[in-house]
Design a protein around this ligand. Structure first.
Ligand code: NAD
Ligand code: MG
Length: 338
Protein backbone atom coordinates (compact mmCIF):
# COMPACT_ATOMS: atom_id res chain seq x y z
CA UNK A 1 0.00 0.00 0.00
CA UNK A 2 1.39 3.36 -1.02
CA UNK A 3 0.15 6.75 0.17
CA UNK A 4 -1.62 9.34 -2.00
CA UNK A 5 0.33 12.60 -2.30
CA UNK A 6 -0.84 16.11 -3.15
CA UNK A 7 1.16 19.13 -4.34
CA UNK A 8 0.67 22.81 -5.25
CA UNK A 9 -1.36 22.10 -8.40
CA UNK A 10 -3.85 19.96 -6.44
CA UNK A 11 -4.84 22.83 -4.11
CA UNK A 12 -7.26 25.70 -4.68
CA UNK A 13 -5.90 28.58 -2.54
CA UNK A 14 -9.12 30.60 -2.77
CA UNK A 15 -11.15 28.14 -0.63
CA UNK A 16 -9.35 28.97 2.64
CA UNK A 17 -9.13 32.58 1.44
CA UNK A 18 -12.92 32.81 1.62
CA UNK A 19 -12.93 31.58 5.23
CA UNK A 20 -12.51 33.36 8.55
CA UNK A 21 -9.88 31.25 10.29
CA UNK A 22 -9.46 31.01 14.08
CA UNK A 23 -6.16 29.52 15.21
CA UNK A 24 -6.58 28.44 18.85
CA UNK A 25 -3.23 28.42 20.63
CA UNK A 26 -0.01 30.23 19.74
CA UNK A 27 2.68 27.71 20.63
CA UNK A 28 4.94 25.74 18.30
CA UNK A 29 2.30 25.00 15.63
CA UNK A 30 -0.09 27.88 16.37
CA UNK A 31 2.36 30.67 15.64
CA UNK A 32 3.48 29.04 12.37
CA UNK A 33 -0.05 28.35 11.08
CA UNK A 34 -1.38 31.81 12.02
CA UNK A 35 1.54 33.75 10.52
CA UNK A 36 1.81 31.63 7.35
CA UNK A 37 -1.94 31.92 6.70
CA UNK A 38 -1.83 35.67 7.29
CA UNK A 39 1.09 36.02 4.84
CA UNK A 40 -0.94 33.92 2.37
CA UNK A 41 -3.69 36.57 2.55
CA UNK A 42 -6.06 34.63 4.80
CA UNK A 43 -8.26 36.42 7.38
CA UNK A 44 -6.91 35.04 10.69
CA UNK A 45 -7.62 35.59 14.37
CA UNK A 46 -5.70 33.93 17.20
CA UNK A 47 -7.71 32.58 20.16
CA UNK A 48 -5.91 32.74 23.52
CA UNK A 49 -6.94 32.89 27.15
CA UNK A 50 -6.62 36.49 28.44
CA UNK A 51 -3.79 35.71 30.88
CA UNK A 52 -1.69 33.78 28.34
CA UNK A 53 1.89 34.97 28.00
CA UNK A 54 1.49 34.42 24.24
CA UNK A 55 -1.07 37.24 23.86
CA UNK A 56 1.58 39.93 23.47
CA UNK A 57 3.76 37.69 21.25
CA UNK A 58 0.87 37.18 18.82
CA UNK A 59 -0.21 40.83 18.94
CA UNK A 60 3.37 42.03 18.40
CA UNK A 61 3.48 39.80 15.30
CA UNK A 62 0.59 41.81 13.90
CA UNK A 63 -2.15 39.27 14.58
CA UNK A 64 -5.61 39.93 16.00
CA UNK A 65 -5.91 38.18 19.37
CA UNK A 66 -9.24 37.45 21.06
CA UNK A 67 -10.51 34.93 23.60
CA UNK A 68 -10.94 31.37 22.28
CA UNK A 69 -14.78 31.45 22.43
CA UNK A 70 -14.91 34.78 20.60
CA UNK A 71 -12.52 33.50 17.93
CA UNK A 72 -14.60 30.34 17.48
CA UNK A 73 -17.80 32.36 17.22
CA UNK A 74 -16.35 34.71 14.60
CA UNK A 75 -14.67 31.98 12.53
CA UNK A 76 -16.04 29.45 10.07
CA UNK A 77 -12.81 27.44 10.14
CA UNK A 78 -11.32 26.63 13.54
CA UNK A 79 -7.84 25.10 13.87
CA UNK A 80 -7.21 23.56 17.31
CA UNK A 81 -3.54 23.99 18.26
CA UNK A 82 -3.53 23.77 22.04
CA UNK A 83 -1.89 20.77 23.77
CA UNK A 84 -3.82 17.51 23.26
CA UNK A 85 -4.73 17.11 26.94
CA UNK A 86 -6.57 20.49 27.02
CA UNK A 87 -8.51 20.09 23.77
CA UNK A 88 -11.49 18.30 25.34
CA UNK A 89 -12.24 21.10 27.81
CA UNK A 90 -11.44 23.85 25.28
CA UNK A 91 -13.85 22.18 22.85
CA UNK A 92 -16.64 21.91 25.44
CA UNK A 93 -16.24 25.45 26.77
CA UNK A 94 -15.25 27.58 23.80
CA UNK A 95 -15.79 25.69 20.54
CA UNK A 96 -18.93 23.51 20.75
CA UNK A 97 -21.27 26.40 21.72
CA UNK A 98 -20.01 28.35 18.70
CA UNK A 99 -20.10 25.69 15.97
CA UNK A 100 -22.60 26.28 13.20
CA UNK A 101 -23.67 24.18 10.26
CA UNK A 102 -21.07 24.56 7.53
CA UNK A 103 -18.19 25.36 9.86
CA UNK A 104 -14.96 23.39 9.65
CA UNK A 105 -13.02 22.06 12.64
CA UNK A 106 -9.34 21.31 11.99
CA UNK A 107 -6.66 19.55 14.03
CA UNK A 108 -2.91 18.91 13.69
CA UNK A 109 -3.04 15.57 15.54
CA UNK A 110 -5.83 13.01 15.70
CA UNK A 111 -5.79 12.10 19.40
CA UNK A 112 -9.02 13.76 20.59
CA UNK A 113 -11.16 12.93 17.56
CA UNK A 114 -9.90 9.37 17.17
CA UNK A 115 -10.38 8.46 20.83
CA UNK A 116 -13.71 10.29 21.06
CA UNK A 117 -12.79 13.03 23.56
CA UNK A 118 -14.08 15.55 21.03
CA UNK A 119 -17.28 14.60 19.16
CA UNK A 120 -18.37 17.40 16.80
CA UNK A 121 -21.90 17.61 15.38
CA UNK A 122 -22.52 15.93 12.02
CA UNK A 123 -23.03 19.16 10.07
CA UNK A 124 -19.41 20.40 10.37
CA UNK A 125 -16.37 19.27 8.41
CA UNK A 126 -13.65 17.67 10.56
CA UNK A 127 -10.16 17.41 9.08
CA UNK A 128 -6.50 17.17 9.98
CA UNK A 129 -3.58 19.10 8.51
CA UNK A 130 -0.53 17.97 10.47
CA UNK A 131 2.91 19.27 9.47
CA UNK A 132 5.63 16.64 9.89
CA UNK A 133 7.91 19.09 11.63
CA UNK A 134 8.05 21.54 14.53
CA UNK A 135 6.40 24.94 14.16
CA UNK A 136 9.60 26.97 13.87
CA UNK A 137 10.54 24.90 10.80
CA UNK A 138 7.03 25.31 9.33
CA UNK A 139 7.42 29.07 9.69
CA UNK A 140 11.05 29.29 8.52
CA UNK A 141 10.51 27.10 5.45
CA UNK A 142 7.45 29.12 4.45
CA UNK A 143 9.42 32.38 4.70
CA UNK A 144 12.18 30.83 2.59
CA UNK A 145 9.63 30.05 -0.15
CA UNK A 146 9.55 26.35 0.68
CA UNK A 147 7.48 24.18 3.00
CA UNK A 148 7.36 21.24 5.39
CA UNK A 149 5.42 18.11 4.30
CA UNK A 150 2.11 17.53 6.07
CA UNK A 151 -0.40 14.75 6.66
CA UNK A 152 -4.01 15.31 5.63
CA UNK A 153 -7.01 13.31 6.88
CA UNK A 154 -10.76 13.69 6.75
CA UNK A 155 -12.83 12.49 9.71
CA UNK A 156 -16.14 13.98 8.60
CA UNK A 157 -17.08 15.45 5.22
CA UNK A 158 -20.34 17.27 5.92
CA UNK A 159 -19.99 19.83 3.12
CA UNK A 160 -18.72 17.46 0.46
CA UNK A 161 -15.69 19.76 0.15
CA UNK A 162 -13.71 18.92 3.29
CA UNK A 163 -10.72 17.54 1.42
CA UNK A 164 -10.49 20.50 -0.96
CA UNK A 165 -10.71 22.86 2.02
CA UNK A 166 -8.00 20.94 3.91
CA UNK A 167 -5.74 21.01 0.83
CA UNK A 168 -6.37 24.75 0.52
CA UNK A 169 -5.39 25.20 4.19
CA UNK A 170 -2.28 23.09 3.60
CA UNK A 171 -1.46 25.40 0.69
CA UNK A 172 -1.89 28.43 2.96
CA UNK A 173 0.70 27.16 5.45
CA UNK A 174 3.13 26.17 2.67
CA UNK A 175 2.78 22.40 3.03
CA UNK A 176 1.75 21.67 -0.59
CA UNK A 177 5.10 23.17 -1.69
CA UNK A 178 6.74 20.10 -0.12
CA UNK A 179 3.94 17.52 -0.45
CA UNK A 180 0.84 16.46 1.46
CA UNK A 181 0.25 12.80 2.30
CA UNK A 182 -3.29 11.54 2.74
CA UNK A 183 -3.92 9.35 5.78
CA UNK A 184 -6.64 8.70 8.38
CA UNK A 185 -7.13 10.02 11.92
CA UNK A 186 -6.69 6.43 13.16
CA UNK A 187 -3.39 5.77 11.37
CA UNK A 188 -1.90 9.18 12.22
CA UNK A 189 -2.83 8.93 15.90
CA UNK A 190 -1.74 5.34 16.42
CA UNK A 191 1.57 5.58 14.54
CA UNK A 192 2.41 8.91 16.21
CA UNK A 193 1.87 7.49 19.71
CA UNK A 194 3.73 4.27 18.85
CA UNK A 195 6.74 6.14 17.46
CA UNK A 196 7.11 8.42 20.47
CA UNK A 197 6.65 5.56 22.94
CA UNK A 198 8.91 2.84 21.53
CA UNK A 199 11.71 4.75 19.83
CA UNK A 200 11.68 8.55 19.50
CA UNK A 201 11.15 9.30 23.20
CA UNK A 202 10.55 6.18 25.34
CA UNK A 203 12.98 3.85 23.60
CA UNK A 204 15.87 6.29 23.20
CA UNK A 205 15.45 7.86 26.63
CA UNK A 206 15.62 4.52 28.43
CA UNK A 207 18.49 3.23 26.24
CA UNK A 208 20.57 6.33 27.05
CA UNK A 209 20.15 5.88 30.78
CA UNK A 210 20.72 2.10 30.70
CA UNK A 211 23.90 2.47 28.62
CA UNK A 212 25.16 5.37 30.79
CA UNK A 213 24.56 3.37 33.99
CA UNK A 214 26.27 0.29 32.54
CA UNK A 215 29.44 2.28 31.80
CA UNK A 216 29.53 4.26 35.05
CA UNK A 217 28.79 1.16 37.18
CA UNK A 218 31.75 -0.51 35.45
CA UNK A 219 33.93 2.38 36.65
CA UNK A 220 34.18 4.55 33.53
CA UNK A 221 34.12 8.34 33.95
CA UNK A 222 30.62 9.85 33.65
CA UNK A 223 31.99 12.46 31.21
CA UNK A 224 33.20 9.69 28.89
CA UNK A 225 29.88 7.89 29.23
CA UNK A 226 27.91 11.06 28.44
CA UNK A 227 29.80 11.72 25.20
CA UNK A 228 29.51 8.13 24.11
CA UNK A 229 25.84 7.39 24.83
CA UNK A 230 24.13 10.78 24.44
CA UNK A 231 26.19 13.47 22.70
CA UNK A 232 27.24 11.30 19.76
CA UNK A 233 23.67 10.22 19.05
CA UNK A 234 23.27 13.42 17.05
CA UNK A 235 25.94 12.38 14.54
CA UNK A 236 24.18 9.08 13.97
CA UNK A 237 20.68 10.57 13.76
CA UNK A 238 21.90 13.15 11.22
CA UNK A 239 23.27 10.33 9.04
CA UNK A 240 20.00 8.39 9.30
CA UNK A 241 18.04 11.56 8.47
CA UNK A 242 20.16 12.21 5.37
CA UNK A 243 20.46 8.72 3.94
CA UNK A 244 18.75 6.06 5.99
CA UNK A 245 20.39 2.95 7.40
CA UNK A 246 22.69 2.36 4.41
CA UNK A 247 24.26 5.85 4.60
CA UNK A 248 24.70 5.59 8.37
CA UNK A 249 26.37 2.16 8.09
CA UNK A 250 28.52 3.37 5.18
CA UNK A 251 29.66 6.45 7.11
CA UNK A 252 30.68 4.79 10.37
CA UNK A 253 33.81 2.61 10.57
CA UNK A 254 33.69 -1.02 9.50
CA UNK A 255 34.31 -1.94 13.13
CA UNK A 256 31.25 0.04 14.20
CA UNK A 257 29.19 -1.49 11.40
CA UNK A 258 30.22 -5.03 12.39
CA UNK A 259 29.32 -4.26 16.03
CA UNK A 260 25.98 -2.89 14.82
CA UNK A 261 24.92 -5.92 12.81
CA UNK A 262 26.10 -8.51 15.35
CA UNK A 263 25.18 -6.79 18.67
CA UNK A 264 22.04 -4.84 17.70
CA UNK A 265 19.87 -7.99 17.56
CA UNK A 266 21.04 -8.90 21.09
CA UNK A 267 19.74 -5.55 22.41
CA UNK A 268 16.41 -5.58 20.55
CA UNK A 269 15.34 -9.18 21.14
CA UNK A 270 12.18 -11.12 20.35
CA UNK A 271 11.03 -10.11 23.84
CA UNK A 272 11.53 -6.42 22.95
CA UNK A 273 9.51 -6.92 19.76
CA UNK A 274 6.76 -8.64 21.74
CA UNK A 275 6.68 -5.66 24.12
CA UNK A 276 6.43 -3.33 21.11
CA UNK A 277 3.38 -5.30 19.93
CA UNK A 278 1.82 -5.02 23.42
CA UNK A 279 2.43 -1.26 23.50
CA UNK A 280 0.81 -0.96 20.05
CA UNK A 281 -2.19 -2.98 21.27
CA UNK A 282 -2.61 -0.65 24.29
CA UNK A 283 -2.61 2.32 21.90
CA UNK A 284 -5.11 0.69 19.52
CA UNK A 285 -7.52 -0.34 22.31
CA UNK A 286 -7.59 3.18 23.77
CA UNK A 287 -6.06 1.92 27.05
CA UNK A 288 -3.09 4.30 26.74
CA UNK A 289 -5.37 7.27 25.98
CA UNK A 290 -7.56 6.51 29.03
CA UNK A 291 -4.49 6.15 31.25
CA UNK A 292 -3.06 9.48 30.02
CA UNK A 293 -6.35 11.38 30.40
CA UNK A 294 -6.74 9.98 33.96
CA UNK A 295 -3.19 11.19 34.70
CA UNK A 296 -4.13 14.65 33.37
CA UNK A 297 -7.32 14.71 35.47
CA UNK A 298 -5.23 13.93 38.59
CA UNK A 299 -2.85 16.84 37.85
CA UNK A 300 -0.12 14.76 36.11
CA UNK A 301 1.52 13.54 39.39
CA UNK A 302 3.51 10.74 37.73
CA UNK A 303 4.72 12.97 34.93
CA UNK A 304 5.89 15.67 37.37
CA UNK A 305 7.67 13.09 39.56
CA UNK A 306 9.42 11.60 36.52
CA UNK A 307 10.53 15.08 35.39
CA UNK A 308 12.11 15.77 38.80
CA UNK A 309 13.78 12.35 38.89
CA UNK A 310 15.37 12.66 35.45
CA UNK A 311 16.77 16.10 36.17
CA UNK A 312 18.68 14.62 39.13
CA UNK A 313 20.05 11.66 37.12
CA UNK A 314 23.84 11.72 36.75
CA UNK A 315 23.60 11.78 32.94
CA UNK A 316 21.73 15.08 33.27
CA UNK A 317 23.99 16.56 35.94
CA UNK A 318 27.17 15.81 33.99
CA UNK A 319 25.44 16.76 30.73
CA UNK A 320 24.63 20.26 31.97
CA UNK A 321 28.30 20.79 32.88
CA UNK A 322 29.63 19.45 29.59
CA UNK A 323 27.19 21.38 27.40
CA UNK A 324 28.30 24.58 29.13
CA UNK A 325 31.82 23.81 27.82
CA UNK A 326 30.57 23.63 24.22
CA UNK A 327 29.57 27.15 23.13
CA UNK A 328 29.07 25.88 19.54
CA UNK A 329 26.08 23.90 20.71
CA UNK A 330 23.72 26.58 22.17
CA UNK A 331 22.76 24.62 25.30
CA UNK A 332 19.09 24.68 26.25
CA UNK A 333 17.05 23.94 29.38
CA UNK A 334 13.26 23.71 29.88
CA UNK A 335 13.50 26.86 32.04
CA UNK A 336 14.74 28.89 29.03
CA UNK A 337 11.33 28.39 27.41
CA UNK A 338 9.14 29.47 30.34
P1 NAD B 1 2.38 24.09 22.34
O1 NAD B 1 2.47 23.49 23.69
O2 NAD B 1 3.63 24.55 21.67
O3 NAD B 1 1.40 25.35 22.34
C1 NAD B 1 0.18 25.33 22.98
C2 NAD B 1 -0.51 26.67 22.92
O4 NAD B 1 -1.82 26.52 23.45
C3 NAD B 1 0.15 27.78 23.73
O5 NAD B 1 -0.01 28.98 23.03
C4 NAD B 1 -0.71 27.81 25.02
O6 NAD B 1 -0.68 29.06 25.63
C5 NAD B 1 -2.07 27.50 24.45
N1 NAD B 1 -3.04 26.92 25.38
C6 NAD B 1 -2.83 25.96 26.30
N2 NAD B 1 -4.01 25.65 26.91
C7 NAD B 1 -4.95 26.43 26.34
C8 NAD B 1 -6.35 26.59 26.52
N3 NAD B 1 -7.00 25.83 27.43
N4 NAD B 1 -7.00 27.49 25.76
C9 NAD B 1 -6.35 28.24 24.83
N5 NAD B 1 -5.03 28.12 24.61
C10 NAD B 1 -4.34 27.25 25.36
O7 NAD B 1 1.59 23.02 21.41
P2 NAD B 1 2.03 22.46 19.97
O8 NAD B 1 3.25 21.62 20.10
O9 NAD B 1 1.99 23.57 18.98
O10 NAD B 1 0.82 21.44 19.68
C11 NAD B 1 -0.44 21.86 19.19
C12 NAD B 1 -1.04 20.72 18.37
O11 NAD B 1 -0.20 20.48 17.24
C13 NAD B 1 -1.13 19.40 19.12
O12 NAD B 1 -2.31 18.74 18.71
C14 NAD B 1 0.10 18.64 18.65
O13 NAD B 1 -0.06 17.24 18.73
C15 NAD B 1 0.15 19.11 17.21
N6 NAD B 1 1.46 18.98 16.54
C16 NAD B 1 2.59 19.46 17.13
C17 NAD B 1 3.81 19.37 16.47
C18 NAD B 1 5.08 19.91 17.09
O14 NAD B 1 6.14 19.68 16.53
N7 NAD B 1 5.05 20.64 18.19
C19 NAD B 1 3.87 18.80 15.18
C20 NAD B 1 2.68 18.38 14.57
C21 NAD B 1 1.49 18.47 15.27
MG1 MG C 1 4.59 13.31 16.56
Amino acid sequence: MSATMYYEADANPTLVGRRKVAVLGFGSQGHAHALNLKDSGVDVAVGLRPGSRRVSTAADAGLRVVEPAEAAEWADLIMVLVPDQFQQSLYAEAIAPNLEKGDALFFAHGFNIHFGYVAPPQDVDVAMVAPKGPGHLVRRQYQAGSGVPALLAIHQDASGGAKDLALSYAHGIGATRAGVIETTFKAETETDLFGEQVILCGGIDEMIRAAFETLTEAGYEPEMAYFEVLHELKLIVDLLFEGGLAWMRYSVSDTAEYGDVTRGPRIVTEQTRETMRQILAEIQSGAFAREWMAEVAAGTPNLLAARRAVSEHQVEVVGRELRAMMPFLVAKTPEDDQ
